[in-house]
Design a protein around this ligand. Structure first.
Ligand code: AMP
Ligand code: ZN
Length: 111
């Protein structure tokens, strides 16, 4: 298995897990961009948001992100990011939602 997030789900690679539901896992990003930076991924491999067509899984991912925000105490707010495919800057080809917060974030888009 070559997908890094599939390997984390399988327990083959270490990760600091912060939340888990039936079909979703959340763990800390290894290169955090803010005090809280958590990735929310489906346990089953889906390449990107462009391929996502499972409504239940989509809901579980979004609710997983909301639960991570609550668990991490992000009541002041946070940002949810889904980098998608090449132009979106996606580096890992397994869909993931970034939950980023813990400080006031800057403008959304880097040019
Ligand atoms: P993206 O550009 O949206 O594909 O972001 C991929 C994210 O995955 C980056 O923020 C990386 O720091 C993060 N990442 C890559 N490998 C790992 C890993 N083994 N554990 C945790 N986060 C990772
Ligand atoms: Zn995968």
């Amino acid at each position: 298995m070559s997908c890094v997030f599939c390997r984390i789900v399988a327990g083959e690679l270490p990760a600091e897990r912060v939340f888990e539901s039936e079909r979703v896992l959340a763990f800390r990003d290894i290169r955090p961009a803010a005090p809280v930076h958590v990735l929310v991924v489906p346990k089953a491999h889906v390449e990107s948001l462009f391929e996502l067509d499972d409504r239940e899984l989509a809901g579980e991912l979004l609710l997983g992100a909301a639960e991570v925000a609550r668990l991490q105490g992000l009541d002041r707010g946070f940002r949810l990011i889904a980098n998608t495919r090449h132009d979106g800057g996606q580096e890992v080809g397994h869909i993931h939602l970034h939950v980023v917060g813990g400080r006031r974030l800057g403008p959304m888009l880097a040019r």
